[in-house]
Design a protein around this ligand. Structure first.
Ligand SMILES: C[S@@+](CC[C@H](N)C(=O)[O-])C[C@H]1O[C@@H](n2cnc3c(N)ncnc32)[C@H](O)[C@@H]1O
Length: 297
């Protein structure tokens, strides 16, 4: 009986030593720059660029910031320190554990959350701000999902663009405190509302073509056809047609605002009558399938 008790105690002691060693090892985990990641290696964004990225997105306590591939958690923690709710999605479990420890050290565990997950399989539709430091190919792969986010969602990417979706703003930091290396430029976009199609206004028909945030088209009033050029910033629309400047807000299939011409400001509103449905690139066949289909709304 006594021998059995000693054996059991020895076993318990060994198990607790193994567990303690595991904990020490986890707490000592030190990532190294360039270490493998699922789809992209780990290179941290330098703190000055993290700050700049959050400045560009104008992060406030009202925001929900999601960092795709969150590394050691620095962007999430910085956003949380600004009072925002923030989530890091990271594939590497050691990095997730490290991020949680870093958030605890900075006293922001209530605002900074981390999830061990594949960013391609994660839902980030609730974010008001998305930050990322991935790769051009990954940005492009994520682009359709990003363009489907709520109009007005802000996106900031360290170093990598969105191909032909031109950034609304670009900024470069020249840090004296740390070496940002070649990764010192951030690109910023605002997800535009979808307005492509034909709209009716009391004064005529507005036909809009949309290339991301840029719009062009025509405004037909009777026999007059005025060229239209403008830009979207989230759900805010600005365009000129002839010598009239329109500003307004898009709300699904309606938009309204004010029009200015020769110092006179008048209200305007428009209703979508026909939306142009774009076939997503991955669904475009190599056959004679048209790139666009007109669908009556
Ligand atoms: C270049 S680092 C950027 C880290 C952090 N966002 C920053 O700016 O400091 C990219 C991170 O994405 C993670 N990652 C790679 N593929 C991923 C995937 N499919 N899902 C989630 N995280 C991923 C890597 O482990 C790495 O930590």
């Amino acid at each position: 009986m006594r021998i059995r008790f000693i054996r059991l105690s020895l076993l318990m002691f060994c198990l607790s030593m193994i567990a303690a060693a595991g904990l020490v090892e986890a707490a000592d985990y030190e990532p190294h720059v360039g270490q493998d990641g699922k789809d992209v290696v780990w290179v941290p964004t330098c703190q000055e660029l993290v700050d700049k990225m959050l400045d560009m997105a104008k992060v406030t306590p009202k925001d929900y910031v999601i960092d795709l591939g969150s590394g050691d958690g620095r962007t999430v923690i910085t956003a949380a320190k600004r009072g925002a709710r923030a989530l890091g999605i990271e594939y590497n479990p050691d990095m997730v554990a490290l991020s949680k420890r870093n958030a605890a050290k900075e006293g922001v565990t209530d605002k900074a959350q981390f999830k061990e997950a594949d960013l391609f399989e994660s839902d980030f539709s609730e974010a008001t701000v998305i930050t990322m430091f991935l790769l051009p190919t990954i940005n492009l792969k994520l682009r359709p999902k990003i363009l489907d986010l709520k109009p007005g969602t802000r996106i900031v990417s360290n170093s990598f663009t969105m191909d032909d979706w031109k950034a609304d703003e670009t900024a470069t930091v020249y840090s004296l405190q740390e070496n940002c290396g070649n990764y010192n430029t951030a690109y910023f976009w605002i997800v535009p509302a979808k307005v492509e199609g034909t709209w009716t206004l009391p004064q005529g028909r507005l036909r809009l073509k949309q290339d991301f945030q840029m719009i062009s088209g025509t405004l037909e009033s009777g026999a007059t056809v005025a060229p239209v050029n403008g830009k979207l910033s989230g759900d805010q629309i600005n365009f000129s047609a002839g010598n009239v400047s329109y500003t307004g807000r898009v709300n699904g299939s309606t938009m309204q605002g004010t029009a200015k011409s020769g110092g006179i400001t008048t209200p305007w509103s428009a209703t979508l009558v026909r939306k142009v449905f774009r076939v997503p690139p991955e669904k475009q066949g190599t056959s004679a399938l048209p790139v666009r289909l007109n669908v009556t709304h």
